[in-house]
Design a protein around this ligand. Structure first.
Ligand SMILES: Cc1cc2nc3c(=O)[nH]c(=O)nc-3n(C[C@H](O)[C@H](O)[C@H](O)COP(=O)(O)O)c2cc1C
Length: 238
C-alpha cells in the first residue's frame, strides 16, 4: 500500500542517494514535493496515533448536536451490487471496532451477512466534521449484545420483539396489537430476541474530515490491509 513518502520504484537515482546518505535532506525535499508528507501538521483535532481515540474524541465533541450525535449512515450492497444506505446508532467505539445493533432478519442484516463488508459516515453539522469508515463486518451476538439489549427501555425491548423489521406491515394497529401480545407473553423482563443483536465493523479505512476556509478542507485517511497491520496515514486533497 502506497503511503506518504514514495516507494523506491518511484525514486530517481539522485533521490535514492539522498534517502540513503542524507536522510535529513531527503525528508525536507519530500516535505516540499507533491508526494511529500506533512504529517507534522497533523495536529489539533487530527493529532494522535490511534484513530479510535480520535473518533471517540470527535464523537464526544459532537455532544453539542441537538439529536443523536452517534447517528451514522450505514452503507451496504445487495446481491446485484446495488448500494443501500440508512441511519443506525453507533453504540460503542471499541479498541479496534465500531458497534451498532439491529434486527438480524432486516434487509441491512441480510446484506451485511452476505457481503461481510460495510461502510458508514458520520457527519456533525455543528462541528462541520465527518468521519468515514469502511471495513469488515462481524456479528456481535454474545454477552455484550445481551447487556446492551437489557440497557434499553422496556418498551424498546418489547418493540424489538414485535417488529419484523424491513418486512411489509398491514397497519400500525397490527403492530400495536403485536406489541400488546408480546408484552403479555414476555412480561417485564424480556431477554434479547435471537433475531436481534449487534454488528462490529472492523475498519481497514477511516477518514477524518474537517471543514476548511474556501472549501480547502482537511482530510486524513488512515488505511491498513487488515486488523493485524499497522495504519498508514495520508493527507488527501479536499
Ligand atoms: C437517527 C436514526 C437512528 C436509527 N438507528 C437505528 C439502529 O440503531 N438500528 C436499526 O436497526 N435501525 C435504526 N434506524 C432505522 C433505520 O434507519 C432503518 O429504517 C431500519 O433499520 C431498516 O433498515 P433496513 O431495511 O435497511 O434493514 C434509525 C433511524 C434513524 C433515522
Amino acid at each position: 500500500m502506497f503511503c506518504g513518502l514514495p516507494g523506491p520504484a518511484r525514486l530517481t537515482m539522485v533521490e535514492i542517494r539522498y534517502v540513503v546518505h542524507r536522510p535529513q535532506v531527503w525528508l525536507s525535499i519530500a516535505a516540499e514535493s507533491p508526494y511529500g508528507s506533512d504529517m507534522e501538521k497533523r495536529t489539533g483535532i487530527f493529532a494522535g496515533d490511534d484513530p479510535f481515540v480520535i473518533a471517540r474524541s470527535w464523537l464526544q465533541a459532537a455532544d453539542v448536536e441537538a439529536n443523536d450525535p452517534n447517528a451514522v449512515a450505514l452503507a451496504t450492497v445487495d446481491g446485484e451490487g446495488l448500494p443501500n444506505v440508512r441511519m443506525v446508532l453507533l453504540k460503542e467505539i471499541e479498541e479496534d471496532a465500531f458497534v451498532f445493533y439491529t434486527n438480524y432478519q432486516s434487509k441491512k442484516a441480510q446484506e451485511l451477512d452476505a457481503s461481510g463488508k460495510a461502510a458508514f459516515v458520520m457527519h456533525w453539522k455543528s462541528l462541520r466534521r465527518q468521519i468515514r469508515v469502511r471495513g469488515e463486518i462481524i456479528r456481535e451476538d454474545g454477552p455484550l449484545a445481551d447487556a446492551y439489549f437489557l440497557s434499553r427501555s422496556l418498551k424498546s425491548r418489547l418493540g424489538a420483539w414485535a417488529s419484523k423489521q424491513s418486512t411489509p406491515l398491514s397497519s400500525r394497529a397490527h403492530l400495536m396489537a403485536k406489541v400488546a401480545k408480546i408484552t403479555a407473553q414476555k412480561g417485564l423482563n424480556p431477554a434479547r430476541p435471537p433475531f436481534w443483536g449487534g454488528y462490529r465493523l472492523v475498519p481497514t479505512e477511516i477518514e477524518f474530515w474537517s471543514d476548511g476556509a474556501n472549501r480547502l478542507h482537511d482530510r486524513f485517511l488512515w488505511q491498513r490491509n487488515s486488523s493485524e497491520s499497522a495504519w498508514c496515514i495520508q493527507r488527501l486533497n479536499p
